[in-house]
Design a protein around this ligand. Sequence first.
Ligand code: FAD
Ligand code: NAP
Length: 641
Amino acid sequence: MGNSVKKGKVVIANEKQVKSLCTYKAEIRSYKIDEKEESEWGKNKAKSSLKTEIQQYINSSDVVIFSKSSCDNCSKVKDLLDEWNIPYFAVELDQISNGQSLTKELSKYTMGTELPNVFVKESCIGGYTDVLQLSKDGLFQKLLEGKHDKPKEDAYDYDLIVIGGGSGGLAASKEAAQYGKRVLVLDYVKPSPLGTTWGLGGTCVNVGCIPKKLMHQAALLRQFLKDSSKYGWQIEDNVQHNWDIMTESIQNYIGSLNWNYRVALMQNKVKYENGYGEFVEPHKIKSTNSKGKVKYFTAEKFLIATGERPRYLGIPGDKEYCITSDDLFSLPYCPGKTLVVGASYVALECAGFLAGLGLDVTVMVRSILLRGFDQQIAEKIGEHMEEHGVKFIKHFVPTKIEQIEAGTPGKLNITSQSTDGSEIMEEYNTVILAIGRDACTRTIGLDIPGVKINEKTGKIPVNDEEQTNVPYIYAIGDVLEGMLELTPVAIQAGRLLARRLYGNSRIKCDYINVPTTVFTPLEYGTCGLSEENAILKYGEENIEVYHSYFWPLEWTVPGRDNNKCYAKVICNIKDSERVVGFHVLAPNAGEITQGFAAAIKCGLTKEQLDSTIGIHPVCAEIFTTLSVTKRSGGSIMQAGC
Ligand code: FAD
Ligand code: NAP
């Protein structure tokens, strides 16, 4: 400890003393905080969240001890530091009014370690034994001296620039700003080939989850209307759906969300630029707005959260005449007779709600439905859709799209070829391509800092901390290689990354057992392994599959589809029948799956499922009474609910 460091200690015993902490900080670091800065600091503290308050304490001195006046180890650490002549701040959590809440919040930073929590140069080093050990190894002193190696804070315009203001980018930027970091978010939507564009918030809000779920709801209402007569409602026979009213209401709602996102960025002091970002130097970004105006920004760290955009077939007429999910949700006219190309999430969900709205819908499937999902369930989804009016053309792909008649909608002639070479032609009003999405990584200058992408897919490989091969550049969300493309995943990864970068957290995003729901007319909720993958992983003899059909009570009176809703859990026999796969085909499957996903995260076993008392009469209670195994071949048909 050099002579320049004065010995001393400040104990933060109450909130008023924050001011003196500030003064003390100025004294030991030999620079002067002017009055304005000081009062600002005090003001901000009063307003700030617990997280910010903790961060401010952590930033306030080279050595900070979160302590309790009654704690032995806390006293020992303070005695050691006194002995070594090292100044520190002790935040006595039992003596400040919000000490309990601060302790709780602090445990998130420190992964729940006991007091004291000692921070050196803003990094958590642990408690008493850690301080002793580090000192023995000569590392405590090294840590104290190390700060000067850090780049100067104002060497760059921002601490963090986030490219992409979608689910992940917005979450990460707001979280980083909570730690007092200077954050810039760039968001820019390149118009679709048909010219569709939208506001801040990315895919989910504008052209994904939100409008999709609302259109799914519009379609479900038609079924409710049908059911309602059996419940005594006397409604007109010829109820019509109005596409324009639906899209206008949904777009109005989306507009309000776009606005809320902008407000949230402002409130969090995140700078927002509506510009297309690309690297021009390793630490420098060029932002170009829709009028071609260019600005440059530098940052210490970068986060790539640029998401994906729909893929096109690359056949004559596709970009001129086909639409994608980017265009569908704000289409200014009803699409009419529609061909949906593709057979995954996007394709089946769009086909499902369009058919539910009463349109003539055909799905063109290249190979199988819902690749990667449990195939027994995928087939049941297909059967149910077919029974409810959706047509499927299997093992065909379009080869040519020609316009027969312009209009809203116009008429298109589609030529398609089967895998065995035969050709068919058919007229449709609209063709929706839902054949997958490409990562937006090829035109953002990633070669300049040297960020590696998978050349084939454009996806960015990262380590388990979402760090690319260039240490100061991170990536989250749909651009990641091998990760799930879901909104909550992007949000979780973004938040946790910001906490690790700026909040001393070590918690990583857990990509295992992420629940998801396919919003087909009969929804499919799932968490964990498909039956195929469970067999691959554990061997058929080592898994037990419990399953059953069930009949939602609400469907009995209108006499709707019995033995269509289906529940299946897959258990690992060798691990106390732990549930490794959960599958439900039911109304509100997403609502059902969310809770079971939490249980699976806690290590749910079949025995625990069986000992859980059901809620009657709801669909989810079936999971508390599953007794027939697939292996037994026992009947799972239901006569009533
Ligand atoms: P995005 O939300 O796509 O955000 C990326 C943003 O970056 C966009 O605004 C983009 O315009 C912008 N951008 C790109 N390049 C640049 C650049 N160079 N400069 C500036 N800005 C740039 N997930 C679910 O969990 N549930 C669902 O029900 C669901 N439904 C979906 C339905 C559809 C039709 C689709 C297409 C997706 C759906 N998803 C769903 C997936 C979900 O939308 C995505 O996983 C999520 O939006 C990914 O977030 P992100 O932050 O990675 O990217
Ligand atoms: P996807 O999962 O990549 O599926 C692409 C589909 O298009 C597959 O059925 C594929 O068939 C087919 N296809 C690909 N190329 C084709 C071609 N040239 N001709 C004909 N068919 C072709 O893509 P997605 O449905 O667009 O979904 C993208 C991601 O968005 C998903 O991974 C998902 O995570 C997310 N998403 C989530 C939700 C939700 O949570 N509810 C909803 C929508 C989207 P093959 O099987 O033959 O390859």
